[in-house]
Design a protein around this ligand. Structure first.
Ligand code: GTP
Length: 172
């Protein structure tokens, strides 16, 4: 039997197509796929790490961004120790919708959940429409950390998740 000191449950939310599954795949398996296979309901991946001298089992729940699956995901908010709210830096609407995802958090998550705002697809320079400063400003106003990532080029993915995991381990 695998032994660990702490089980950390993370949830990844955001509009359909922003790259939630891709971030998970990069984080848990170190791979990337160009194909968009929309998540149906929820899915999860596991990873184990040593954080602050503790053996941590990290369970990352990947939710479907599509509206019709929202109600399924809601059941997973309550138990989440950490939540990554993801938008796509080439998709203005996905950035504007961050406020709607925050409402879901307020309504359904624990008030102790550690949040992070993630602007994904930062490799797509020419198509970018949400600049870094706007993401930073939003995160500052919410008093949560912010990071821009590329699941494709493996930029900051590790940093994004480990920020949240470390905070959770510190709290527990
Ligand atoms: P739902 O399951 O519908 O909620 O979507 P999702 O947020 O899980 O998106 P997914 O990971 O399936 O990615 C959508 C598309 O964006 C796929 O074609 C990915 O290959 C692409 N993609 C994801 N991350 C990146 C990235 O960092 N850079 C680039 N260029 N493309 C990305």
């Amino acid at each position: 039997m695998e032994e660990y000191d702490l089980l950390v449950k993370l949830l990844v939310i955001g509009d359909s197509g922003v790259g939630k599954s891709s971030l998970l795949l990069r984080y848990a398996e170190g791979t990337f796929s160009e194909h968009h296979l929309a998540t149906i309901g929820v899915d999860f991946k596991l990873r184990t790490d040593t954080v602050l001298n503790k053996r941590v089992k990290i369970q990352v729940w990947d939710t479907a961004g599509q509206e019709r699956f929202k109600s399924i995901a809601i059941g997973y908010y309550r138990g989440a120790h950490g939540i990554a709210i993801v938008y796509d830096v080439t998709n203005e609407q996905s950035f504007n919708n961050v406020k709607n995802w925050l409402e879901q958090i307020t309504d359904h998550a624990s008030e102790h959940a550690q949040l992070i705002l993630v602007g994904n697809k930062c490799d797509l320079d020419r198509e970018r429409c949400v600049d870094r400063a706007r993401g930073e400003e939003l995160a500052n106003s919410l008093k949560i950390p912010f990071v821009e990532t590329s699941a494709k080029n493996s930029v900051n993915v590790e940093a994004a998740f480990s920020k949240v995991v470390t905070k959770v381990v510190e709290d527990n």
